[in-house]
Design a protein around this ligand. Sequence first.
Ligand code: ZN
Length: 75
Amino acid sequence: MAATRDELFRVVRRFADAWKSDDLREELAGSLSCTEVAALTDLLRAGGEPEQARQWELAHAEADVTAGEECQFEG
Ligand SMILES: [Zn+2]
């Protein structure tokens, strides 16, 4: 059975709260793909953390060294 809207919102809030760590961002932002960062930042925005989402995008764009591939968050 799928979560109710209230449960879903609570889970998203909890996720956003857990992932807004500066240390976590610095450690992981460059290891995630653009697609993964997009999914993560969608969740953070849904959880009411738009500034954290932006920080993840910036940190990822800075650290994304995928050879020959354009990072979708650059520019
Ligand atoms: Zn990227």
